[in-house]
Design a protein around this ligand. Structure first.
Ligand SMILES: [Zn+2]
Length: 474
């Protein structure tokens, strides 16, 4: 059984660890090189000067200091007014706050920075960023500051040795900076497609694999804050160079994830993921407990076989107790379905469903956190992630979407909207009484599987509704 990486652990230990590391190292910043004596005769004098200058201009991201501060007046773009007061450094030394001002470059400006008399380092306070609506994200190689309002990246810098530091003048020169505004057309589609990677969106557009996607250049080095935050690993798995099944329902991969600590809106704690090997079409069924797996799976089989007028030949699962039991085996036997198990030593045999499972969970987490939605929306998020995946996943070798391979026609995605956005459910009653509201506010959750309607969480009735009459702001 796959594990749902719990939604509670959103900050992740990786981030914590690195922050600790930053605490130790940056807190004990070595003196700036401009003051250090070069100890080698082999270094070019100019080079040393350049390096000294560069280091002198670098700002250390420091979790140990409470405010942004520097001792170097020339760092400021503007200086505002005298702050007053003192700052304590290590070793019981004190420095007077001379001024406050703004630092940065033509693209970024950071205000409320203290100019402190005698301070030898340039320090950016992580807590000051966090208090002002920014997230500071560290990983092994870099540090990213993200604006929480629109998830745009303010700046991203590489880790140097054991410290995270930024040189604003260098960022401009090298154009490393990526001030991404995801409100542009392609950003909107990136979000509507569950933060799918640019390469895939580009491919869908170029090969015209879907209908309704605006014909623009989706190639981008732009980084999206929400994706960065969730550390979406866009691993490209090596595609097998053969397609081993020849039709839908020939082989189904099944897996269960959960328990999720927060119950979904409808009280579910597990998800049963079923993937068709041939076209990679995916279904997710939500369960209150593991015990329901058999009932849900057997009724799914009956329904899909009659809908498609095809027989399921094989089902592959791991050795989870929810699949390896008497009723499950006798159901398979009765319906002529061969049940095979992926070997516990080579779990990649069941890799198709596990990878899909992971993709759905990553997409769901990103969409929930991006919109600051309550965790009990997780099932709705997984549901729309699955809906999107079925329409945009391109089957390697066959080079067609799961949808086209399953339904025989290209999917239309022109009606897509961003999960979690605010929308209005129009009141379509024929005769509105004088004081009846014309529309009710809601949160967009997805698309109905049964009709051409949107799924919306009505913020007034606190229920999920399916309606065709929904108005979106964007
Ligand atoms: Zn994204």
């Amino acid at each position: 059984m796959a594990t749902w990486e719990d939604l509670d652990s959103e900050s992740g230990c990786e981030k914590e660890e690195v922050e600790d590391e930053a605490n130790v190292d940056v807190g004990l910043v070595a003196p700036v090189t401009s003051e250090a004596e070069p100890d080698s005769n082999f270094e070019d004098e100019n080079e040393i000067c350049l390096r000294a200058k560069e280091n002198h201009k670098s700002w250390y991201l420091d979790s140990g200091c409470s405010r942004h501060m520097t001792g170097e007046k020339s760092m400021f773009l503007t200086l505002a007014m005298k702050e007053g007061g003192n700052v304590k450094f290590g070793g019981n030394q004190c420095g007077k706050i001379i001024d406050t001002g703004t630092i940065g470059n033509a693209s970024i400006s950071i205000n409320n920075v203290w100019l402190v008399d005698g301070l030898k380092h340039n320090l950016l306070s992580i807590s000051q960023f966090c208090d002002n609506g920014y997230d500071v994200l560290f990983d092994k190689t870099s540090c990213t500051v993200v604006n929480k309002n629109d998830n745009s990246i303010v700046f991203k810098e590489k880790r140097m040795d054991n410290v995270y530091k930024i040189n604003f003048s260098k960022l401009v020169d090298q154009k490393v900076i990526c001030l991404l505004s995801l409100n542009d057309k392609k950003g909107v589609w990136h979000k509507r497609l569950g933060h799918a990677n640019w390469r895939l969106i580009s491919k869908l557009s170029k090969l015209q694999l879907v209908k309704g996607l605006p014909d623009i250049d989706y190639h981008s080095d732009a980084l999206c804050g929400a994706c960065q935050k969730e550390k979406i690993v866009k691993t490209s798995f090596k595609a097998k160079d053969i397609v081993s099944t020849s039709r839908p329902l020939e082989l189904l991969h099944i897996d269960l994830f959960g328990p999720v600590t927060t119950e979904s809106l409808y009280g579910s704690k597990y998800g049963l993921v079923i993937v068709d090997d041939y076209n990679r079409w995916t279904w997710v069924k939500f369960l209150r407990s593991k015990d329901c797996a058999y009932d849900v799976f057997s009724s799914f089989c009956t329904q899909i076989q009659s809908e498609k007028e095809m027989k399921i030949l094989k089902v592959r699962s791991d050795h989870g107790g929810e699949f390896e039991n008497e009723p499950f085996e006798s159901f398979c036997e009765k319906h002529g379905i061969f049940h095979e198990f992926s070997s516990p030593r080579t779990p990649q045999q069941n890799g198709v469903v596990e990878r899909k499972n992971r993709t759905l969970q990553e997409m769901a987490r990103t969409m929930i956190h991006e919109n600051n939605l309550a965790k009990h929306f997780w099932a709705e998020a997984v549901n729309i992630a699955c809906y999107i995946q079925n329409r945009i996943y391109v089957r390697p070798i066959l080079e067609k979407t799961a949808y086209e391979l399953f339904k025989g026609r290209r999917p239309n995605i022109s009606y897509f909207h961003q999960f979690g956005c605010i929308c209005y459910i129009l009141n379509t009653k024929l005769y509105l009484r004088k004081f009846d509201a014309k529309a009710q506010r809601g949160i967009f959750l997805g698309y109905s599987e049964r009709s051409k309607a949107y799924r919306v969480y009505n913020s007034e009735t606190l229920c999920v509704e399916e309606s065709m009459h929904v108005k979106f702001g964007s």
